[in-house]
Design a protein around this ligand. Structure first.
Ligand code: PDD
Length: 277
């Protein structure tokens, strides 16, 4: 694999970052994950707009322009012959002797790499995924896509140990979101997902799904929902750059409806794939 690190395209074995990098030492950095389908970037501009917002919220100056970032994404797709998979981008506040306040005159570190994966034809889309619930242990600014992912790592590990692919995090009696995805339920022709706030990441895939609501014949109810309501829903699903639109067929071992992906989720996934390709 050819990866990108601070201006250079290198074989992954040769790419290095300082042990003093603040991303490594403090988790002082932000990231994005975007999908590549059929060799094409999916919603790249929207991901980079969110990156710019995250950077602004933590007072981090990005080391290059949006156009340069798009060009790096495209160069990596081409150098790695990537047809389907994801691109991970991380920006940290750079390398400096360990001290909490922002260092002066230090340039941000920028790293990008690709991961080849089958997102469109994954067998999970046919069976649906299993979800487990777990308390939401994250910080108070989840709208910033920070590299501090210890709570999601623990939640995903808990899911894996219980044979599940995703964890839905619970706070104040309601589902906040998946450890790395937006949570949705379906009742009739209505899609339900919670409003955006500091408590959740504003999902790019969420916005994409909402953009084709009219075309899909669904309506949207933006509100919080409880785990009990999800267990009783006709369908449940998640959205993210890497899961696209993915049916959830069991939660905490209980089947949702008849335990098979429902028609609304299947339809939304089809429409999303048409949009993304
Ligand atoms: N995660 N919520 C959280 C907490 C996330 O980490 C993600 C994405 C989403 C969905 O956002 P989007 O639709 O823009 O991918 C929601 C990525 C895929 C990750 O960390 O791997």
């Amino acid at each position: 694999r050819i990866v990108y690190v601070n201006g250079a395209y290198l074989p992954e074995e040769e790419a290095t970052i300082s042990i003093f990098d603040r991303g490594f030492i403090f988790g002082d950095g932000i990231y994005e994950v975007s999908a590549v389908l059929g060799g094409k970037l999916v919603d790249c501009e929207a991901h980079l707009a969110r990156l710019e917002r995250s950077a602004g919220e933590i007072g981090l100056e990005l080391p290059c322009s949006r156009a340069e970032l798009v060009a790096i994404h495209q160069e990596l797709i081409s150098r790695n012959n990537l047809d389907e998979g994801s691109i991970y981008l991380q920006v940290s506040r750079g390398a400096a002797d360990r001290d909490f306040p922002f260092p002066k005159g230090v340039k941000a570190s920028l790293v990008l790499f690709t991961q080849a994966r089958q997102f469109a034809n994954t067998p999970l889309a046919k069976t649906g995924i299993k979800v487990v619930s777990t308390p939401d242990l994250r910080w108070a600014r989840r709208d910033i896509k920070s590299v501090n992912l210890l709570a999601p790592v623990l939640a995903k590990q808990f899911a894996a140990e219980n044979g599940a692919q995703e964890a839905w995090m619970i706070e104040d009696g309601v589902v906040t979101e998946g450890a790395s995805s937006t949570a949705w339920i379906v009742k009739g022709k209505t899609l339900i997902s919670r409003p955006l706030s500091h408590k959740v990441l504003p999902g790019i895939t969420r916005t994409a799904v909402l953009a084709f609501l009219a075309e899909s014949g669904f309506t949207f109810e933006e509100r919080e929902f409880t785990l009990e309501e999800a267990l009783d829903a006709e369908e449940a699903f998640i959205t993210s750059a890497t899961s696209l639109v993915m049916p959830v067929t069991t939660i905490d071992g209980h089947s949702i409806h008849n335990g098979a992906p429902g028609p609304a989720t299947i339809r939304l996934r089809e429409i999303y794939l048409d949009h993304a390709r």
